[in-house]
Design a protein around this ligand. Sequence first.
Ligand code: BG6
Length: 484
Amino acid sequence: MVSRVIPVDPFDLVIFGGTGDLARRKILPGLFRRFRSGQMPDGARIIAAARSELDRAGYQQMISDAIQEFGGAEKDDTEAVAKFLEVLDYTPIDAKGEGGWKALSKMVRKDVIQAFYFSVAPSLFGDLAQRLHDYKIANAESRIVVEKPFGRDLESAKELNKSLADHFDEKQIYRIDHYLGKETVQNLMAVRFGNVLFEPLWNNHYVDHIQITVAETVGVSGRGAYYDRSGAMRDMVQNHLMQLLCLIAMEPPSQFGADEVRDEKLKVIRALKGVEPHHIVRGQYDAGPDGPSYREDAENPRSFTESFIAMKCHIDNWRWAGVPFYMRTGKRMKARTSEIAVVFKDLGHSIFEGDEKRHRNILAIRLQPNEGIDLQVTIKEPGPGGMRLVDVPLDMTFAEALGAGEHEVTDAYERLIMDVIRGNQTLFMRGDEVEAAWAWTDPLINGWEARNDVPKLYDAGSSGPEDALMLLHREGRKWREIRG
Ligand code: BG6
């Protein structure tokens, strides 16, 4: 099997913040891989713009180094690297002043697709949008790409939306949530809407509950200043986990189109009920043999910020009435794993005498690592001894099923940037979606702040605080084990 390459038209991609961490780690190495696989047309150009007084050669050297560090196996293709560097250009720019804008205006072509990637602090979004407009660099077809954090509450998200909407139409704005670019996250939709098998069971008649887990082993060291003002709720739940929740819970869109999909996701967010305080568990990792505590990493000895959160949510609609959605995410946990598990209800009646064990079908979708699907089914234990039942996994690891190496694994950023060039907004968040997500999140955060809630300590390398386990235990349920 050969990976299919969908051609795109010539483009100018301007990356503001082109010398920053994200650009060097993700954006440019990702673009290099797309270039190498032949997805970039002749005449594609990437123009980085940032504060540093670099020249083109200096920038090319910076990116050559970045590809060596973050480019994956493809970095050894020196010929491709050299050709890719030819596509790059650089211009110094002052985002808040007037310096560099005329030069940029001369560099950007008017007769090709234009995309402007704001890989900068959100406080600069408005300035950049304004100047792109004032210097007549952008036009009605240009695309604007922005990154999280998109606000820290509803009010600031509204302001950001407005600062972009003053100059650009919603159809031009691409808000990245890199989780939507992950291969298996898209597979969630393929599994649900591409199979006859699951959809009839996807409701409160058959589903007991759903678990969403995003566990990480990394701590916050090195980015404590940002993280300590955010916490797991703002950093992970308001965006990534809610997007997963939407994809698992939404109604089938009439087609796989940008607005059709986003309309359905929005309905899910709007149908989310508020969460009772006793259904939220916040945690903070303690010092362990392998590393310092959260407070040390965050350099804030009095921090009450959560590095872990678990909660029980309900979606107030016909399909999901009464079905709990349990979400959890945390840093410095036992293993790095992201998984969505749909736990089906028990059989109403067992015909097998003496079989008292509770057998449940569970559909687990592993997002990372080891992307795949695992369906737990009940079968007869082989051998003599009567009808003894046992639960076994029908396990499909995508790399094995599809042939490892034959299918390129596209990094989330690569896919999303190419979607921007293609003009496909399906995997990007719409402004109303982001606002609705904050509208749900804000009261929960305000609630624990008003209560002076103190996060529970948990051991680094564990599954989170005991209280998070109790969230399910007291209802006769159990979290799935966190395994790498
Ligand atoms: C980012 C968060 O958005 O996602 C980080 O800011 C987090 O805190 C990261 O570590 C997780 O992404 P991934 O792709 O490694 O699961």
